[in-house]
Write a protein that binds this ligand. Sequence first.
Ligand code: NDP
Length: 326
Amino acid sequence: MFNALVLNQEEGKTVSAVSQLELTDLPQEDVLVKVDYSSLNYKDGLAITGKGKIIRNFPMVPGIDLVGTVEESADSRYKSGDKVVLTGWGVGENYWGGYSQYARLKADWLVPLPENMDPVRTMQIGTAGLTAMLCVMALEEGGVTPDKGPIIVSGAAGGVGSVAVSLLSGLGYQVTAITGRPETADYLKSLGASEIVTREEMAEPARPLEKQRWAGAVDTVGDNILGRILAETDYNGVVAACGLAASFKLPTTVMPFILRNVRLQGVDSVMCPVERRQEAWQRLAKQLPDDAVGEIAQLIGLDELADYAERITNGQVKGRVVVDLN
Ligand code: NDP
């Protein structure tokens, strides 16, 4: 018997409970993994609370991230004892996920754990950190180098935002952080932000073009803030958009694109091809400072997930949350 967080629907509402399962309850997939750690992302919060239509089939074990050790594998790429990491692919949404001491998974979804990564650090990074790295790569591929000017990061005290601030600052970029929580200013500065701007200021509806302020941006929130960032982005700048913590709307005009050559680059981590994931994980292993990761993350147990899920969907979680399944 082992423990898992299981979601069910009762009278149209999503309910979660820590339940005892047996290995025979798990879906039939190639690789049996003993899960060591998982993490909490915004999407997990939406799934557990039922605030977002993330889960369509119940019962479901949520958890879009996991790191663990292979126990049995019917696929020749993996053998007992291998350390593996999984993020995305619809796991924890359409397939049983990481909030479980054991999981059966497709070999295609797994990435071998980079040699210099320990399991806790891997989940301190998780989907949020992987996404932050993919955003940084999008800026680099658009020609935004540190000498081009400051980068603005929205939802900066959240998971994706915190890792993005730390990564960008470590790579030599000047970083401005947008936060709705002024009390996180010292935290954001310790991660490397040189300037803090308020969410209220950035959420003011923008004119089609505003004064140019940013060489690039990582946006995790959407809506008016993304609209304002686009209107304030420099000629040839790149905006990497990955999230919708404010909303899925995007009030903007074509002006930044046709008059300032601004590029809006969408970033998805869920279906990101394996080679690009591996590159991103290798870079995270080398380029995300250890002390920053320690500062960003906290550790919780399965029984605390329901409470933390509520908090993350209300924008009340700082940095990253790691879930201990040992
Ligand atoms: P978090 O909840 O950790 O961070 C979101 C942050 O956004 C909050 O901490 C808060 O930051 C800010 N925020 C919250 N509500 C609002 C609001 N109403 N208006 C403006 N800002 C707000 O979530 P994650 O970091 O895990 O995820 C961030 C976003 O990125 C989510 O929308 C998520 O779905 C998306 N995402 C997308 C991925 C992809 O593959 N495209 C992968 C991972 C995440 P502060 O307090 O500093 O203002």
